[in-house]
Design a protein around this ligand. Structure first.
Ligand SMILES: [Zn+2]
Length: 343
């Protein structure tokens, strides 16, 4: 948004230089003083984005995608968590669900196993063929523009909306693709999240940086809010409005001020001390230990095991918790030994 704000159309913009997490090159970031929206200054055209996502994104996968078991496991855990969230808030049986930007198809497959009539769209041909071959699910190599009107009861976008260049037009399209009383579930990185390293915020591929206030505001003409979670990532479950409103409900002055203060405070002290970032290396060891036990299973088997694990309990504790506890003990043991050796 180089000239004016995409949300409130104000020209009152502050320009910032921030480092791209991956390349360490500087990115031009713009923050709106009136509504608090944060975005990249240079927004690529639709055509450029289409080429970028269908060919270049995650170049290391190119046209063949064969993730390591640990990545399937992580994607599967995230998918299960999102399904549980939807199950908590919606009656999902026999609902048509389209996952926009379906990636490797883990969510589409697991949602189908849980009773959704799920399919997906994904611009990258490597990912979409992987989903079809490994999980036998329907994931079309397509963009949002290709989705038909009134074709879904539920639309999901996981870490996709922040990549989209024209958020207002996207909201309008999502509204049209949903059936009456349909739901939209969006998850994006949360710009106000305390629990994120200050080194891990600005990405070249992320065109917009939402808070709960700016995301809800962006959706306000088309959707009403059912539920918001913003402790970690930002998750909002929306319900389709019967009639599109003519005006946007902008964030209140207090919300804008709060966001500005939070962003100024966002630094290493907050991350390491207040948000517990100092413990992250221990969590990382826990994950490495836990992932060392994932055998070379087929991707589908990994996801089936995650679904089965959730149902099985040993002494009323889910097996996943037992594994976590085991991994934690080993990780703390390693931590203690390291401490003894060093000090
Ligand atoms: Zn604005």
């Amino acid at each position: 948004m180089s000239e004016y704000c995409e949300l409130c159309h104000s020209h009152n913009l502050t320009h910032l230089l921030k480092k791209d997490v991956k390349s360490k090159h500087f990115l031009n970031i713009v923050s709106c003083e009136d509504c608090g929206l944060i975005a990249q200054k240079e927004i690529p055209s639709d055509e450029e984005l289409k080429i970028y996502y269908s060919h270049n994104y995650r170049q290391d996968y190119k046209s063949t995608y064969s993730p390591k078991p640990k990545y399937v496991q992580r994607a599967g855990q995230a998918a299960l968590d999102r399904i549980q969230y939807l199950e908590k808030h919606l009656n999902i049986r026999q609902q048509t669900l389209i996952d926009v930007g379906a990636g490797g198809g883990e969510f589409v497959y697991m949602a189908k196993q849980r009773g959704f009539l799920s399919s997906g769209i994904e611009p990258n041909v490597g990912y979409s063929s992987f989903s079809k071959e490994q999980y036998g699910v329907e994931v079309k190599t397509a963009m949002l523009a290709d989705v038909e009107e009134s074709s879904a009861d539920v639309l999901t976008l996981f870490h996709v909306f922040e990549h989209m260049a024209k958020p207002d037009e996207v909201m309008k399209k999502l509204h049209r693709c949903l059936k009456e009383n349909g739901h939209l579930f969006i998850e994006v990185p949360n710009i106000l999240q305390a629990d994120a390293s200050p080194h891990n915020i600005y990405f070249k591929a992320h065109l917009f940086y939402y808070s709960r206030h700016t995301l809800i505001s962006m959706a306000s003409p088309y959707f009403e809010v059912v539920n918001v979670e913003d402790q970690g990532n930002l998750r909002v479950l929306f319900k389709k409005r019967t009639q599109v409103l003519e005006s946007t409900t902008l964030p209140t002055a207090q919300a804008v001020q709060y966001a500005q203060q939070r962003l100024q405070k966002k630094g290493w002290f907050e991350y390491l001390v207040l948000a517990g970032g100092i413990f992250k290396p221990l969590l990382r060891i826990e994950r490495i230990v836990a992932e060392a036990f994932i055998s070379k299973k087929q991707p589908k088997q990994i996801l089936d095991d995650l679904l089965a694990d959730e149902k099985q309990t040993s002494y009323f504790i889910p097996r996943r918790q037992v594994k976590r506890a085991g991994a934690w003990s080993i990780a703390s043991g390693l931590g203690l030994i390291t401490y003894e050796v060093l000090f």
